[in-house]
Design a protein around this ligand. Sequence first.
Ligand SMILES: Nc1ncnc2c1ncn2[C@@H]1O[C@H](COP(=O)(O)OP(=O)(O)OP(=O)(O)O)[C@@H](O)[C@H]1O
Length: 296
Amino acid sequence: MRSAARVEVGDLEVSVAGQPLLHRVDLRVQPGQRVALLGASGSGKSLTVLALLGLLGPQFRVQGTLRVDGRELPWRQAPGRRPGMAAVFQDSQAALNPVVRLDRQLLPAVARRRRTGAAEAGRVVAELLREVGFEDPERILHAHPSQLSGGQRQRVCLALAMAASPDLLVADEPTTALDMISQRQVVEALRRCTGPGRSALLFITHDLAVAADLCDAVVVLEQGRVVEAGPMQQVLRSPRAAFTAALVAAARAGLRPAAAPQERNLRPGLRPVVAPQEPELRTGSRPVAAPLGAAS
Ligand SMILES: Nc1ncnc2c1ncn2[C@@H]1O[C@H](COP(=O)(O)OP(=O)(O)OP(=O)(O)O)[C@@H](O)[C@H]1O
């Protein structure tokens, strides 16, 4: 597992047709660190991430520096993955072919990424699926993506992303479209896959409560500018930007009576997400009886 790269974005500026969209964005992710990139809709989170991943289209003008372990990388690169980085996005449906069984999608992809044969790829895929919370990987591998819930699909995408043993995993709003239970499962899977001694995480979200549950540092964007950056605890305690203060207040307002800060590492006053529980296996839009991950 590679886990030693420091990723630094300096003075990132992005514009399109002469219109500036990002203004001198600075971002640092240390090895094994989990950093939340937070901001309202349209604040520039996706543009930042796409620039980092080398995925911005030619219509965008990109300036600034990108360094991985002190080595400067170009903003644009030949098609393909940025070395040392992997990503999961909000739309897990688009990432997987809905009509092809998962084993036929995952095994070749993992064999390619690990440069290994079919038997070893099968072992690795099973291990990755367990790591993202599936107790019965075989059952998942024999399903089609359309039979899985959104949260399950997202965890499959995460397993695939982790097959490359990235230095940095970029997770662009992976929990946004999910219910609370699925959200919790994805967050737990991200927690298991990243952290000290493992891949670093850049977690893009507009949900401060989820970010606080998972990340130890935060960068807040507003209208294409970084308005706050620092350790999560410190920012929660004393936000400097009015926008961040409003986010903290909104997260605290979501507090439910049963909320208990002592539940794992939840920050004081921020709402917890509910206990994990496996959602059902679907056929088409109709749930079937046996939950995935249960013994078959
Ligand atoms: N191709 C484009 N042409 C012009 N403006 C764009 C383009 N893509 C993004 N923008 C603008 O850049 C700004 C930042 O967009 P971005 O998608 O990065 O925001 P975001 O924080 O990821 O929002 P969301 O949470 O809704 O995904 C927005 O004002 C958006 O309208």
